[in-house]
Design a protein around this ligand. Structure first.
Ligand code: GTP
Ligand code: MG
Length: 195
């Protein structure tokens, strides 16, 4: 996809604030600090449209980014951030859960995993939950630039095994830093939205 226009639309904290354009939505899920916002920026070739931070827990709402008039990226708050209180976490869980299970326009969930480490318990639970709810998932292993190329396949294997990933789910090797995987991920997205 050629990105001609990308803009931040809204930080939604309740369903009445979701955009009403009817465009397909691609959500990004993953641990806090894994690189969700960076991935959006890379996909649209903008330095800092989606706010990134070296401090985890920065994204707390559903952040909607409109790409052309073709789709929305929906940047979800990261999970697994210990500094957030239990009540906050539960409230957060309900809100995200309601979005993921109830949003008909949601066409694909990008589950973002750090290529360097085996998926955490939270990652495993998230993947299992997404599959249980019948959501189409694409696994994106990011920060590939941080490990030598010769080790990529070994890490991918561990990630697939730990998640017990469905063979039918696409997996894209990615790096927001160097742009690896961008075209491949666009292809997966385009196919899902029938572009
Ligand atoms: P939350 O909004 O807190 O959930 O975090 P996030 O998942 O949106 O992470 P974010 O994109 O803010 O990135 C976190 C940190 O990782 C930042 O310091 C980024 O520069 C860095 N980072 C993200 N992607 C990559 C990557 O592919 N390679 C490298 N080397 N660093 C990355
Ligand atoms: Mg973020």
């Amino acid at each position: 996809m050629k990105v001609n226009q990308a803009e931040f639309v809204i930080s939604a904290v309740r369903p009445s604030q979701y955009p009403e354009d009817g465009l397909p939505e691609i959500a990004l899920a993953g641990r806090s600090n894994v690189g969700k916002s960076s991935l959006i920026n890379r996909m649209i070739q903008r330095k800092n449209l989606a706010r990134t931070s070296s401090k985890p827990g920065k994204t707390q709402q559903l952040n909607y980014y409109r790409i052309n008039t073709d789709l929305f990226f929906v940047d979800l708050p990261g999970y697994g951030y210990a500094q957030v209180s239990k009540t906050e976490r539960e409230k957060w869980g309900k809100f995200i859960e309601a979005y993921l299970t109830g949003r008909e326009l949601l066409k694909l969930v990008l589950l973002i995993i750090d290529l360097r480490h085996p998926p955490s318990k939270d990652d495993q639970a998230m993947y299992a939950w997404l599959k249980h709810n019948g959501l189409p998932v694409c696994i994106v292993t990011t920060k590939a630039d941080k490990i030598p190329k010769g080790k990529w396949q070994k890490h991918i294997k561990i990630i697939k095994e730990t998640l017990e990933a469905d063979k039918g789910d696409p997996l894209v090797l990615f790096s927001s830093e160097i742009g690896l995987g961008k075209d491949e991920l666009w292809q997966v997205i385009e196919e899902r939205i029938g572009y």
